[in-house]
Design a protein around this ligand. Structure first.
Ligand code: FA5
Length: 350
């Protein structure tokens, strides 16, 4: 047995010294220390020895096993260091002092219109809020007067996570949290709730020139005593004339959303075809831009606000479509294409 041990030790040391790569080293480890490795086999073979022999031989094999483990670890460190040196040696040389030959980047058109809208609403006393892209079913639907199995859910199919949460299908999903955040200032200090909350929305739907599965909206709400449709129309008009810096033709028509009553669709005359009809506006000459309405009493109640005392309006501006109209982008899909050639033509006018 002792000769066998000496032979195993010698062959281990020879093979280890010859190993040139981490793969080779791993093979050596398995062939000596693995389940069927030579050192492991030496331990297994002790079963036929006397108690005394077992003590003596077992001790020697364990010493060999510990030495082998240690030597493998050292060799691994050495080989890893060599590998890093090899990689560094094969890298091309960089001259960090050469000036970069890059043109200036530009903001994405959606960022530009979002900032513009934020500036306009801030100047009118609105707070800008940020909200999560992953929300609960309660936030996205239930708190907005859209119970489970309500047909209105069909219009906003979205992407669900395994834990039951979902990617928000509209920025209205933040309304409940906003009411809860500001209700005590409203009730105790008489401060109206005035907030906008832009964000990315997701819908599981077919794409075309004016529909994307990922797009941006900007929600706005105002709640106080005696808020009426006139306030809503004033803010919508101000926002559009500031964004376009010229008169734009808009139309207001009735629209159904379970979280507003009454509800409206605010359409904008298509800036791509001048109202003649084209694929960008589905040949109607108008583009749905900003549904809005008076907040439904049930929605105020879910947010902890007494609808007998307070009223408010809400709107859900299609930011991506606004960017299309402002910058004359014919196909909404171009905005998500990542094509620098088309995106870099829009400049930041800040
Ligand atoms: C809503 O999402 C409501 N939450 C809006 C709302 C808020 C109504 C507050 C009343 C009060 P709608 O699904 O129509 O409504 O979407 C609102 C706007 O988002 C549309 O007018 C459009 O401009 C934009 N939009 C909707 N779906 C898409 C899409 N697939 N691609 C690009 N823009 C879209």
């Amino acid at each position: 047995m002792t000769e066998k041990l000496t032979a195993v030790k010698q062959s281990f040391e020879t093979e280890l010294a010859a190993a040139q790569s981490l793969d080779e080293l791993e093979n050596i480890r398995v062939s000596y220390l693995g389940k069927k490795g030579s050192i492991t086999e030496l331990l297994k073979g002790m079963k036929d020895l006397s108690v005394e022999e077992k003590k003596d031989f077992g001790g020697k094999v364990n010493v060999l096993k510990n030495e082998a483990t240690e030597q493998i670890a050292l060799k691994m460190k050495e080989l890893k260091e060599k590998e890093i040196e090899r990689e560094i040696g094969s890298m091309p040389e960089f001259d960090l002092s050469v000036p970069a030959n890059l043109s200036r980047g530009s903001y994405h058109p959606i960022t530009l219109v979002q900032r513009e809208c934020e500036r306009i609403f801030k100047s009118m006393g609105f707070n800008v809020e940020d909200y999560s892209e992953v929300v609960t079913d309660y936030e996205c639907f239930e708190a907005l007067n859209i119970p489970k199995h309500h047909p209105a859910r069909d219009m906003q199919d979205t992407y669900y996570l395994e834990n039951g949460q979902l990617l928000k299908s509209h920025t209205s999903a933040a309304q409940n949290a906003i009411y809860k955040k500001y209700k005590s200032a409203l009730v105790n200090e008489g401060k109206p709730i005035k907030a906008i909350f832009p964000g990315r929305c997701f819908r599981n739907e077919a794409t075309d020139a004016c529909h994307e599965n990922t797009f941006f909206q900007m929600e706005g709400v105002m709640v106080d005593k005696d808020i009426s449709i006139s306030n809503l129309i004033f803010f919508m008009k101000t926002m559009l004339s500031e964004v376009f810096k010229r008169d734009v033709k808009v139309r207001l028509r009735p629209g159904f959303f379970p979280f507003v009553e009454p509800g409206f669709e605010l359409d904008i005359s298509c800036a791509i075809c001048g109202g003649e009809g084209c694929p960008s506006c589905k040949h109607s000459g108008w583009l749905e831009l900003c549904p809005c309405g008076m907040i439904h009493p049930e929605v105020l109640k879910s947010g902890g606000i007494d609808p007998e005392e307070y009223t408010g309006f809400a709107f859900g501006l299609g930011l991506t479509r606004l960017a299309m109209m402002k910058y004359g982008v014919k196909d909404i899909r171009d905005l998500n294409s990542g094509s620098l050639k088309s995106l870099s033509q829009f400049t930041d006018d800040e």
